[in-house]
Design a protein. Structure first.
Length: 43
């Protein structure tokens, strides 16, 4: 299970390529990715 920080989600949704967004992209396919309620509200 992975919990990604708000900054990673923002970069991912803005299609910025970073090592963290690449890891998030691969984790979305392979493992469970969770989003906390505060992270959801920040986005």
């Amino acid at each position: 299970m992975i919990l990604a920080d708000t900054s990673v989600w923002i970069d991912y949704l803005n299609r910025q390529i970073t090592p963290q967004t690449d890891l998030l992209d691969s984790c979305l396919i392979a493992v469970t990715v969770v989003m906390g309620d505060l992270i959801f509200l920040e986005i």
